[in-house]
Every structure is written in C-alpha cells, then in structure tokens.
Design a protein around this ligand. Structure first.
Ligand SMILES: [Fe+2]
Ligand SMILES: [Fe+2]
Length: 304
C-alpha cells in the first residue's frame, strides 16, 4: 500500500507538470508539448498498465473478503478503465496539437488536460481517503501473501532506480519543478519568519510608547486634579457646592485626558501597523519579482 501511495505522489507530480503547461496555454504562451506528451505516455505505459492493475488485484480481494464492498470495487474498476481511455484520448489530442499547434487545438488540449487532472486527482483522493484505509483494515496476512504472488513487479521507467533515456527530459522537468517549489517555500518561510521576528521588536517598541503616552496623560490629569483640590483646601472653603464643582471639573478633565490618551494610543497603533506591514509589503514585492516565470515562455508573445 505504501508503494501504491508513492505512485500516487509521482502521478501528482506529473499532473502538476501538466497543470503548469495548461496555465501557459491560458496565458497565451506556447506549452511544451513534448513534455506533456511524455507525461501522457508515462501515464499510459506505467500508471494504466502497472498501477491500476495492482490496485485491481487488491480491490478484488477486498470484494471477496467482504461482500459489502462489492459495488464500490466495481465502481473503482470501471474508473480504472475510464482513466485508461482518457489517457488515450489525451495522447490523441496531444498528437493532433503537435501536428497542428493552432489556438483551437491548444484550447481543446487544455480542456482535455483539465478534465484528466480533475478526474485522476479525485480518483486518487477517494482511494487515499477511503479505499486504502478500508483495504488495510479488512485484508489479512493470508490475503496479502496471495496478492503479492499475483502482482507482477513492474519496473518504473521514470521514478525507478534508473531513469530511462526517453524520460530524461520529463525527469529534469520534475526536478526543476520540485526545486522551484522548494525555493518558493524557503522564500515564503524567510519572508514570514523575518517579518515575524522584526515584529517582536516593533511591538515591544510601540508597547513602550503606548505605556508612556498613557502614563504622561494620566500624570497630567492627576496633577491638575491635585492642584484644583489643593486650591480648594487652601481657600478653606466650607461650601459643599465648591467641592462638588471641583469634583465635576476634575471628572470632565479626566474624561478629556482619557480621550486624549485614546487618541495617542490609536496614533501609535497606526504607526506600528504601518511599520509592521512594511517589511511584508516590500519583501512580498521582491519575492513576487523573484518567483521565476515558467521556463518555456514564448518570448515573442510575452513581448507583445
Ligand atoms: Fe486507482
Ligand atoms: Fe491509485
């Protein structure tokens, strides 16, 4: 099952290559039809001939072992047949486009690829999420011994120990895609981590700023309250109204102070927000500039 799971990962890589080429078609560029044909050929020569038949053996055993899975197994076997046909149609469409690489053929090819990618991915998703766990749960050691006997070991011409010469270009395309993904990931990590680390400093600085602004405002308020009461005390006033008046004045003064402090805090927070966002925006701009364009861009089209 691990072997089948790995083959799913390989197929996903190939579907990503196909998707990249489809994006080029949509962008008005000329796709690498030879690489696309290599992907389709691998799916036809290896996935359809080796991967699906191995699964068929396992799934049939699952249906034998537990009747309740029969309908599901039949549906999966039909999907395998349908996938084989779709691969053949994809190859036909590629051959046709290679002979006449006009816009109409390219558009049809893109549609066919999208359908192929979506169908294959949803089939693999179903297997990974539901069928494989069920197989592992239901089949016994005895079943596995029989399955291993029945399975014909196939040599993978692309992801095996030796990459066959006819798949060298596709192998390089996969490698460079993986490298690009790794670079993008590393760059994203750097942008995120760097900014996060700087933010700690920015937040600390602005937190101190907020604290001192609030302290300053309330110190002012305390001082003016104290001055007002001191004046009253020095005047030795016995009029309760005077005390109430001063208290009201102080309360209003405190409210003003509170409003001023809030205004200071929001000004500081706005400044902090700009400073926190700045490294992201600048570096994301640099990052977007650095993300490489696909290798096979048609320069004439791009200039236009
Ligand atoms: Fe399958
Ligand atoms: Fe599969």
């Amino acid at each position: 099952m691990l072997h089948l799971h790995n083959e799913h990962k390989y197929m996903t890589k190939l579907l990503n290559i196909l998707r990249e080429q489809v994006q080029m078609i949509h962008a008005g560029h000329t796709p690498d039809l030879a690489i696309m044909a290599d992907v389709a050929r691998y799916m036809n020569e290896y996935s359809d001939i080796s991967h699906h038949p191995k699964e068929d053996i396992i799934y049939r055993k699952l249906a034998e072992r537990d009747d309740s899975h029969k309908a599901e197994v039949v549906a999966l076997l039909i999907e395998h047949e349908a996938t084989c046909k779709k691969t053949e149609s994809l190859m036909d469409s590629l051959r046709q486009t290679q002979q006449e690489p006009g816009r109409e053929n390219l558009k049809n090819l893109a549609l066919r690829c999208e359908d192929y990618i979506a169908t294959t991915n949803s089939h693999m998703d179903l297997e990974e999420s539901q069928v494989f766990p069920r197989v592992l749960e239901v089949l016994t050691d005895e079943d596995w011994a029989e399955i291993i006997n029945e399975i014909q070991p196939g040599r993978d011409p692309l992801f095996g120990k030796i990459v066959e010469k006819r798949y060298q270009d596709l192998f390089h395309a996969i490698t460079s895609q993986v490298e690009r993904a790794a670079e993008d990931f590393t760059m994203a990590e750097l942008v995120g981590l760097g900014a996060a680390m700087e933010n700690i400093g920015v937040i600390a600085t602005y937190s101190n700023g907020i604290a001192s602004a609030v302290q300053k405002r309330f110190r002012q308020a305390y001082r003016s309250n104290a001055v007002a009461y001191r004046k009253l005390w020095r005047a030795k006033s016995s009029n309760v109204g005077d005390y109430i008046g001063v208290t009201i004045d102080c309360a209003l003064n405190n409210l003003d102070t509170y409003t001023e402090a809030l205004r200071d805090v929001s000004r500081i927070l706005r400044k902090a927000r700009t400073q926190i966002a700045e490294p992201y925006t600048t570096r994301l701009r640099i990052y977007h500039d650095m993300v490489r364009k696909p290798v096979n861009v048609d320069l004439d089209d791009a200039d236009r």
